[in-house]
Design a protein around this ligand. Structure first.
Ligand SMILES: Cc1ncc(C[n+]2csc(CCOP(=O)(O)OP(=O)(O)O)c2C)c(N)n1
Length: 321
């Protein structure tokens, strides 16, 4: 099955979405460091291509489960930046009334079932959503996103086994960024690529580089196959983690060369160069996109700042037991 190539309008949209994710997270790093956001924050700077290439094929009704490093996926799935930012700031006007924050950010109205602080925790949730879609005979698909570290969790193996047996409409997207918390891949994974793990469950697996167009093609095929009843696929993206595990982690355990090497691989800059070379965008268009997105992000932060914190008297609202 050959994927239709994205048209000019789509290419510009991909670029804008990647820039939006980058700028949202750069801003988050600033406001977090200034103490405006509490808790932990994990950014995916350097990994923007995967959510954009995959979510370009999704409808609002399709499901995704994300991880502690999931802002990019929520943005690419179409989350409204204002209530999302309010949620990250812990404010009442946030999607989850300020109770979820970064690690549980959700918007179920557009299929974002939530980020997850439990490594591998979102994988069975997305698999359950895919099972529900199959049971109800809808044409929805589910996407489970996770890092390579999560593929050593039992939940990953149980979910893949179940999805393969039931031929569920799901795509497992592993962002293999070579680090799991403070551990390099070489000490926690006996293989370089996680595709072998899917093949053990008779699940087709594809590995692509951190290039939005390659990801768009591979994801398109996998999603179309899932919608047509062809069952699950595992898509591995070889991506780069630029910053520490969380914002504030100085990466003392990681050599400077490794950080410089990762930062030397910029999926946004690479795409920008391609778009200029192919005369899709001019330097001026790039600047326009950048300032437009800057304004969107500033608006979202101003909105969040003006929102209110939940009151102590509301603390038990929404508790069922
Ligand atoms: C079940 C569980 N074990 C351990 C942790 C602590 N922890 C948080 S993130 C992380 C590493 C995850 O690595 P990976 O899945 O590769 O995702 P990445 O951080 O690279 O995006 C670990 C061990 C946790 N949150 N949950």
């Amino acid at each position: 099955m050959l994927m239709k190539k994205p048209n000019k309008k789509q290419l510009v949209e991909f670029y804008k979405m990647m820039v939006r994710i980058r700028k949202v997270e750069q801003k988050l790093m600033d406001v977090f460091s200034a103490g405006e956001i509490l808790g932990f924050l994990h950014v995916s700077i350097g990994q923007e291509a995967a959510p954009v290439g995959v979510c370009a094929h999704l409808k609002d009704a399709d499901y995704i489960s994300t991880t502690h490093r999931g802002h990019g996926w929520a943005v690419a799935k179409g989350i409204d930046l204002n209530p999302a930012m309010a949620e990250l700031f812990g404010k009442k006007e946030g999607f989850c009334l300020g109770r979820a924050g970064s690690m549980h950010l959700a918007d179920t109205a557009i299929g974002i079932m939530g980020a997850n602080g439990i490594v591998g925790g979102g994988i069975p949730i997305a698999t359950g959503a895919a099972f529900a879609a199959r049971y109800k005979k809808t044409d929805q698909v589910a996407i489970a996103t996770f890092g390579e570290g999560a593929t050593s969790e039992g939940a990953f193996h149980e979910a893949l086994n179940f999805a393969a047996i039931k031929k569920l409409p799901i795509v497992y997207v592993c962002e293999n960024n070579a680090w799991a918390e403070f551990s390099p891949r070489s000490i926690h994974l006996p293989i370089e690529s996680v595709t072998a793990r899917a093949l053990a469950y008779n699940i087709e697996a594809v590995s692509v580089s951190n290039n939005v167009l390659e990801i768009f093609d591979a994801a398109g095929e996998a999603i179309q196959k899932a919608r047509n009843g062809g069952g699950p696929t595992l898509l591995e993206v070889k991506s780069e983690r630029w910053y520490g595990h969380y914002v504030g982690d100085a990466q003392q355990y990681r050599g400077k060369e490794s950080v410089a090497e990762a930062m030397g691989k910029d999926c946004i800059l690479d795409f920008e160069k391609e778009l200029i070379k192919d005369k899709i965008l001019k330097k001026q268009d790039i600047e326009n996109v950048q300032s437009l997105v800057d304004a969107e992000v500033e608006d979202a932060v101003s909105f969040a700042r003006e929102c209110s914190y939940p009151q102590e008297s509301e603390m038990l609202d929404g508790l069922y037991v």
